[in-house]
Design a protein around this ligand. Sequence first.
Ligand SMILES: Nc1nc2c(ncn2[C@@H]2O[C@H](COP(=O)(O)OP(=O)(O)OP(=O)(O)O)[C@@H](O)[C@H]2O)c(=O)[nH]1
Ligand SMILES: [Mg+2]
Length: 428
Amino acid sequence: MHEKGDGTRASGETDREKAVLVSVRWGSTEEREAEDSLRELASLSETAGADVRATFLQARSRPDPATLLGKGKIAELRELIASAGADMVVFDQDLTPSQQRNLERETGVKVIDRTALILDIFAQHAHSKEGKAQVEMAQLRYQLSHLTGRGVELSRLGGGIGTRGPGETKLEVDRRRINARIRTLDRELRELTRVRRVKRKRRQRLKVPTFSLVGYTNAGKSSLLNALTNASVRVEDQLFSTLDPTTRRLVLPGNRRAVITDTVGFINHLPHQLVEAFKSTLEEVREADFLLHVIDASYPGIERRLCAVEEVLEELKAERIPAIFVLNKVDLLDGGERSQLRKDFRGAVLTSTVTGEGLEELLERMSALLAASRLVYLQLPADKGTLLSLLYRRGQVIDMHVEDGVYRLTAEIPEEIFHHFLPFVKGD
Ligand SMILES: Nc1nc2c(ncn2[C@@H]2O[C@H](COP(=O)(O)OP(=O)(O)OP(=O)(O)O)[C@@H](O)[C@H]2O)c(=O)[nH]1
Ligand SMILES: [Mg+2]
């Protein structure tokens, strides 16, 4: 996928862990999809600070319940580990605690899965108090789900890459202590969520429409935020470099004011513990008026990544928010590839934060979205008073009468709040 991001870890080459990556394909998974996923696992491993020595792909009709891989393949894997001088194995598939244990016994090295790896990267990249608390919460939940039947001896940070430094303290963590810690973190996070909500409410009261950047990790969301607002948010060729949301003001063509927020990127099989723990950060997405869905157009398999992002948006109940698709990094494409993209993704804006191409067009499109409203006929039940007042504040009520305790309205509704009214729109 991308070149190895050097300097991702301060440590020298010698203490980088040497990893073999394994993916087991079964059922209807296509080979290309599995290879793609394995390439992504390599990026993740390198971002986490490991040195990827070899990869190993097996197709089976169904996984072996004890070890995923079959007996013969385990022997092959053992040889590969020895010849590559590897000291760990990373599985692309989630492992149950007993599978992990069996595999560690069979291979003689540390075995982790994709979820543990992603949690580890998040741990390395968390800077703010909130980010750190969210990551720790996700890790504790992961540990908790992997405690069963294990002589519990886990490192504090979940036993991923980069968490085994010499100064590390191995802790005997039992369920009760994990739970107690989860409760403390939960209290802290609730308070931070409250503060975040207050800030957001203030923005909403000021009626400044919000655009939220969403998309796959490394698509160029932070670069776009910087390019559009001259802000300086950390941009790196790494996965999950942004964990803390950043909000910036923006003046769009036609002198329309808006704010734009950058947040954590998504990935295929984003561990649900993370979605859960990052709920308050991701609330920013759900509460946005519009989404800028950023896609790395230079990466093969755009559709798969689009679907992964759509899945997370659904989980966040943000799938109905109007979105502009932004196909970024088009500087890496030739003319033919660009026109193909224009055909495949009608309505998308092609951008490059490197050459500045498409940025004006994007700003124009954002402005047009703010200006747009729809004329509709609504039937609003009497208990939807807040929606009615929202309509009066932000929209244009053209005609209204009440019948059987139901408001019957003809109104112009701005695009950014339209999704609130969708269930009450009658006919055309
Ligand atoms: N060639 C090219 N590279 C780009 C472009 N935009 C961003 N990049 C590069 O893509 C990488 C990722 O950019 P970021 O802006 O950090 O991506 P992100 O979506 O914020 O990533 P996360 O925060 O990790 O989810 C960096 O190496 C950028 O320099 C572009 O238009 N063209
Ligand atoms: Mg970013």
